[in-house]
Design a protein around this ligand. Structure first.
Ligand SMILES: [Ca+2]
Length: 486
């Protein structure tokens, strides 16, 4: 099935490529004035489209930035970004771990919808030489923007499939530089794994990757790409390898923070963000570039990060696992110094960026994300477009939020790491109790009933454990995956 879908997708791309080539050929040979002028108009329109940069940290916690309350870390560049833009304080990812979370940012869909909630072997993320990957037939945020003539680059950790069919270069990115999965998945951690590969496009250029200089090199790559494409609309996706364990930083930052290697790595990311923002100013494109900064899931329990004031850690469906610090900055378009506490998500980035680029999210399939531009623009009275948000752990629906209410569903066997535990039904009012400490279910039977009905809607559509959802689509699968080596 995956193979057939890939072929269809390939022919769609070939068609687009051919269509582009024909138009360009026509202009060069001056066949018709009509072709020339429509092509020129398309190019003009492209120039006026905004640029987008999404900076996506790995395992950065809700309470790790100065502008989100950290007193340990020095993050002056991100704090300034918050002052010049908007903080989103109820911004969610769709999973407490890497692979599923990333599938949502790319597709605007819940992981179960695109079948990226677990590996082909049922693990919570993909491991090296994985059979599974994000189906090339899904339309990624990069593909949506590429169709609008954007130059697109992915610089950093991918983690949506390490086989050629699934790499960023096959999912809408003109350029890729980075590691294909987590930095703790090299041969040092498990001897059957290949040495951690650093890739450029589809080629391994270094193995094992020198992790000390990754953040520095990613930053240089991004600045080069932005500079080379300053006159075009561009989309840069920068999924940092840090601050996922094992943490690394370049010499300038090592041993300098008040929070060990974790703080060092984070302070280098702060510096990197400052360099990227300075580049936009220097090139005179600050006013037409939207920059988003967030993380793929919460901080893990033992490496030095903080999710305060939230409870829970990476992996869990407590707020600490899935609510992320989020900053958005676009001078003149996003009001400065504001905070938005409406429920928003990485799901929303694709539909919103599509709209800002002058198009729409794909209409031939279900997309879970919504256009949140009214919230980003600070429109009076703008509300979250989501009636409900669903918290899945691997394949299991564990909680649902609607408005300020969050219901943890009751389970005889609730998944937790490799174990299961019995869990009672709990209702929290997140507005009054952000730390999920006081179960108020007994006092609000109507709310419980309403949220249980919303959960049932999700089970029907997206599925739950072994129950299949009516709205799920297949992941990509290859029969004989091969290791990525030099
Ligand atoms: Ca992660």
């Amino acid at each position: 099935m995956g193979k057939v879908m890939m072929q269809e997708n390939q022919s769609r791309r070939d068609f687009l490529r051919l269509a582009g080539a024909t138009a360009a050929g026509a202009v060069l040979s001056g066949w018709t004035g009509a072709v020339r002028s429509s092509s020129a108009k398309a190019a003009d329109r492209a120039v006026n489209k905004p640029n987008f940069i999404i900076i996506f940290c790995d395992d950065l916690g809700y309470g790790d930035l100065g502008c989100f309350g950290s007193e340990k870390h020095r993050t002056p560049n991100l704090d300034r970004m918050a002052e010049e833009g908007m903080r989103f304080t109820s911004f969610y990812v769709t999973s407490g771990v890497c692979t599923p979370s990333r599938s949502s940012l790319m597709t605007g869909c819940y992981p179960r919808r695109v079948n990226m909630h677990q590996s082909a072997r049922g693990e919570s993320v993909l491991f090296p030489v994985a059979k599974k990957g994000l189906n090339p037939n899904e339309i990624t945020i990069a593909e949506v923007l590429k169709d609008q003539l954007y130059a697109t680059a992915c610089v950093g950790k991918w983690h949506l499939g390490d086989q050629p069919e699934f790499l960023p270069t096959r999912q809408g990115f003109d350029y890729y530089y980075g590691i294909p999965y987590s930095n703790d998945m090299g041969a040092e951690q498990r001897e059957t794994n290949p040495p951690l590969p650093l890739m450029q496009n589809e080629k391994v250029i270094e193995a094992p990757a020198d992790q000390n200089t990754l953040t520095k090199r990613y930053t240089e790559q991004v600045i080069d790409f932005i500079t080379a494409n300053k006159d075009k609309p561009f989309f840069v996706y920068l999924p940092h390898t840090m601050v996922h364990n094992p943490v690394h930083s370049s010499e300038k930052f090592r041993g300098k923070s008040a929070n060990g290697g974790y703080g060092d790595a984070l302070e280098e990311i702060d510096f990197s963000t400052g360099e990227i923002l300075a580049t936009l100013k220097k090139l005179g494109i600050d006013g037409r570039t939207l920059v988003v900064f967030t993380s793929d899931n919460g901080a893990a329990s033992r490496w030095g990060g903080s999710n305060l004031p939230l409870s829970g850690w990476k992996g869990s469906t407590m707020e600490g696992g899935m609510r992320e610090p989020c900053l958005m900055r676009w001078p003149g378009k996003i009001p400065a110094g504001r905070t938005c506490d409406e429920l928003t998500s990485t799901l929303d980035l694709m539909p919103t960026l599509a709209r800002l680029a002058g198009t729409k999210a794909p209409a031939d399939r279900i997309i879970d994300g919504k256009d949140i531009w009214p919230l980003m623009a600070g429109k009076d009275g703008a509300k979250s477009p989501h009636e409900a948000f669903y918290y899945y752990r691997v394949d299991q629906l564990q909680a649902v939020r609607s408005g300020s209410w969050k219901l943890h569903l009751p389970y005889e066997t609730k998944k937790r790491n490799q174990q299961t535990t019995k869990a009672p039904l709990k209702l929290y009012d997140l507005e009054a109790d952000i730390g999920e400490t006081t179960n108020v279910a007994a006092g609000h039977p109507d709310v419980v009933k309403r949220l249980l009905a919303l959960a049932e809607k999700a089970r029907e559509d997206l599925g739950d454990v072994n129950r299949k959802g009516t709205g799920q689509r297949p992941a990509g699968l290859v029969v004989s995956p091969k290791p990525l080596t030099l």
